[in-house]
Write a protein that binds this ligand. Sequence first.
Ligand code: G6P
Length: 613
Amino acid sequence: MCGIVAYIGYREAYPIIIKGLKRLEYRGYDSSGVALLTPEKNLNIYKKSGKVSDLEAHASGKDLHAFTGMGHTRWATHGVPNDVNAHPHLSQNGEFAIIHNGIIENYHSLKTALIERGHEFKSETDTEVLIHLIEEVHKNNIVSFEEAVRMALTQVIGAYAIVILSKQDPTYLIGARKGSPMVVGIGENEHFIASDATPIVEYTRNVVYLNDGEIVIIDKNKLTIKTIDNTVKTPYIHELEINLESIEKGGFDHFMQKEIFEQPRSILDSFRGRTHINEATIAMAGIDKFEDKLKNIKRIIIVGCGTSWHAGLVGEYLFEDFARIPVEVEYASEFRYRNPVLDENDFVIAISQSGETADTLAALELAKSKGATIFGVCNVVGSSIPRITDAGAYTHAGPEIGVASTKAFTAQVTALILMALSVAQKRGTITTERLRELLIELETIPGKVETALKLDAHIKTIAEEFKNSRNALYLGRGYGFPIALEGALKLKEISYIHAEGYPAAEMKHGPIALIDEEMPVVVIATQHSNYEKVISNIQEVRARKGRVIAIATEGDEHITSQADYVIYIPQCEEAMLPLIASIPLQLLSYHIAVLRECNVDQPRNLAKSVTVE
Ligand code: G6P
């Protein structure tokens, strides 16, 4: 949460920063701001509540000429989203400026001590406290700017990715990270800092991912990395794999729409090269590494948040069905504070698109501290979770920019299918013929998703019908249950219609009371196990005048007499249903949100990479 970008070099900094902030807006869009160090050593700060486009309008016509600068897009934690609380923040003497992603937990005690020393604060933010602290350390200890930052950070408790600049030392910028992501781009006679690589990829493919507890000092030509206790580190330079096209809209109206339509390819990319149909084998290095452990494992624990937690539920069914291993699926935020019973026999899988979600990271750290083997299923290469895990599987969905997760979910499910099947093979709980059958089926999934995407126009007409609903219910059983949860989450996230996902049979224990002629009820009613039972649940809804939208299997004529609207999807193996049945639900929420004129890619109050707990 919160996006940061900084530049030092020979180009105009402002356009680079603004473009970068737009790419990082998925991390927050409550306010944004820039600090520019002009060649005359003036420090110009422009900030504005609202979107980056509001900042651009505000800064238009002002002095923007600078070769050094930094910018921030905010997701508010301490202090309401207004102009004053927007970053950058200045020290009392106006010499230092800071941008910050994260939370300074001991800001209150630091602030009290600083007030006693005569500091006055303009904003309500924790960030302003940090820059005043740096000023104070600098002044009292007569140390360099760099040393002051380092010393101040030793007093800070909390999470941060920060960039600081100084009017007195305009030739360099300082970045530091603990718990929030930071990437440094290395160009020729220029350097970049950002929360992720998307603002950088246009200018250089060479990056360094900063580790927790590290500080980076960049000037035009040089990059130095140190730890907070002042040990110099050798930077490890990665080559970026993402390309520019993958982070632009490419003719679609919204990133979410583009990402929904990318799924035939992203699902293929998540199993490409991992399946060998002739030999009936799966190559997943991370899973193979723990073959012995997984053969005898007694349980698996899956942790995640939001959509990733839903993918985890699908994983539960997959591991239980195929590998016959009991699975517990936990909200990372609950698990981390619950004193869970864990030891070295456990295998904990964290699922996270961003690889940065604070609660998921903390849950993994807890599991690691108790001796469990920790495994990551992540999309963003080089992010924090893959860097702390014992092993993992990247989902290869490509950058996901729409805040509501779509292609990352189906890629997570694809990776989990492969993992469950691979473990099943190692444990001897699946026959070679059955495994081959499933791998052949997986090969057909991108084509079936393509077919499901052709339902777009039909789904739009259903969206017209329900765009003014105030509530919606999503029902499913078995694999249909996590699909229902995910469908409901998509609708509420982007259209602000209250929606609940429920196991279809549980409906009669509560939600049935809500059903009337106004209530759309989306039911996953494909011809898989429990089909007849789901049909009975549909009848219970219809008896109360609810309006049923059924997701059904192509060729199922019976369902037309049961539902008000039918969305037919291609027949598939039950275990792969989430990959196909999720598509119409994503499209339904997308069209409803567009018809309601909601900001699809940046829904209010949400952010994509939740680096605060
Ligand atoms: C936020 C996003 C969701 C996402 C969740 C977990 O709430 O809006 O789309 O599912 O975080 O994020 P992760 O990156 O860990 O998958």
